[in-house]
Design a protein around this ligand. Structure first.
Ligand SMILES: [Zn+2]
Length: 426
């Protein structure tokens, strides 16, 4: 049997809600409407009082990446299963460019690892080295169908930074070939100036992580990127925007897409004082309550385009208390809780659920060339669907998680986990 009929649910798309039946056939949505004539060979699911969303897209994950302390938790198999459990049917992950590797080799290597995924995986191509060969390869990578690249304005010590001039060179080539440039925007000079005195004075508890990488680092970097965008006319995408002032600068440009993450909306730097404060160490760091509020404003008024997670989870044993902040593995998990937590927040705030669909499904699908196959409940689109009972809100959901990870940043927050998630009709 490869037909499924979702009966009497409320479809939530980016442009509004409607009560209609949905027939899934051979992995696609074949009919939307009052479906009466569907034959015998159909599994029927009663969706009365259920909301049905298009499959969610997490446009920013790092599944099982190598770092100093080992690999981040989960591989593509376990990570993708946990994503699906939370309503995410597509992830967009990043390549890892090793020393001496070509861009092409880095893409093929990551795609090979991603074959174990149970959901769709797209790739962004990291450019963490600047030389002639890399520049020459960019058009070729775009022809392969990978159109989004990412650069860093920091991590000089780790050998991953590009200077602003180098970023401008990359941007010119990308815009000539029809791609998009993503930027991790924290200014390295500002970070060096702020962090060196702390390290010298051995002020190394988790709370100093936020002081070492101050909000000013984002403001400076965003301003410079906005200027490069203006000069090159390249489309840029700012990953994990996290400060009120950074947002204020970024939203004035029409060449910048803006992403933020649940952690920057829901958590502030006071968590670094907690007993498990080291677990919240990620870069960029968590900010002040006022920054969270400014970002919420941006989420609601449309200046923020995407909510994604920067998913890079670690086990408790990987981040034991007492390590100096500069040596703590950076990152937190989030792909499994992205939709359940954000849906509960939107309902709590009485916000429009179509806006939520725009942020976590439709906009990333459009920006990263997956639309309308993804990002919309429509005839002909992939049968990626999330069925939810909005009454299923709970603060005790840790046992619903299937990820291997033994810690979660959102413990105690309300969440609504889906009743059913379909990926390509299954
Ligand atoms: Zn990231």
């Amino acid at each position: 049997m490869n037909k499924t009929l979702l009966k009497n649910g409320i479809i939530v798309n980016a442009d509004g809600k409607q009560k209609k039946d949905i027939l899934l056939e051979n992995g696609k949505i074949s009919t939307i409407g009052d479906v009466k004539d569907f034959g015998n060979d159909v599994k029927i699911i009663n969706c009365a009082d259920r909301l049905i969303f298009p499959g969610m897209i997490d446009a920013h994950t790092h599944i099982g990446i190598p770092i100093k302390a080992g690999n981040s938790a989960d591989d593509f198999e376990s990570g993708s299963k946990s994503a699906l459990n939370g309503g995410v049917t597509t992830i967009i992950d990043f390549t890892v460019l090793d020393k001496d590797q070509s861009l092409n080799e880095s893409v093929l290597e990551r795609q090979r690892l991603a074959e174990k995924s149970v959901i769709d995986v797209s790739m962004h191509c990291n450019i963490t080295r600047f030389d002639k060969n890399i520049l020459n390869e960019i058009p070729e990578i775009i022809k392969m169908g990978i159109t989004s690249f990412k650069v860093f304005t920091t991590y000089k010590e780790a050998g991953m930074m590009l200077t602003y001039n180098e970023i401008e060179e990359v941007a010119k080539i990308i815009t000539d070939n029809g791609g998009l440039l993503m930027v991790h925007a924290e200014d390295n000079d500002v970070i060096e100036k702020s962090s060196f005195p702390l390290i010298q004075r051995k002020l190394n508890e988790p709370k100093y992580h936020a002081i070492a990488r101050p909000a000013e680092s984002e403001e400076v970097a965003v301003e410079k990127i906005a200027n490069i965008a203006e000069r090159t006319e390249c489309d840029f995408y700012l990953v994990h925007l996290n400060t009120a002032n950074g947002l204020g600068i970024a939203k004035q440009s029409n060449k910048l897409f803006i992403e933020t993450c649940p952690q920057y909306l829901l958590l502030d730097d006071s968590v670094y004082e907690r007993a498990d404060g080291q677990m919240y160490v990620a870069s960029p760091p968590l900010r002040k309550k006022e920054d969270c509020e400014a970002l919420w404003q941006g989420v609601m008024d449309g200046s923020i385009d995407v909510i994604a997670t920067d998913h890079c989870p670690f086990m408790l044993k990987d981040k034991p208390p007492g390590i100096p902040f500069q040596d703590i593995p950076n990152g937190m998990g989030g792909v499994e809780t992205l939709f359940p937590i954000m849906l509960a927040q939107f309902l709590k705030r009485g916000a429009d659920l179509s806006r939520l669909v725009q942020l976590i499904s439709t906009n990333p699908a459009k920006i990263f060339n997956l639309y309308p196959q993804k990002g919309k409940i429509a005839v002909g689109s992939d049968a990626d669907l999330v069925v939810v009972n909005p009454e299923d809100i709970t603060e005790n959901w840790m046992d619903k998680l299937i990820s291997k990870i033994d810690w979660n940043a959102y413990i105690g927050f309300p969440a609504i986990f889906p009743n059913e998630v379909f990926h390509k009709g299954k």
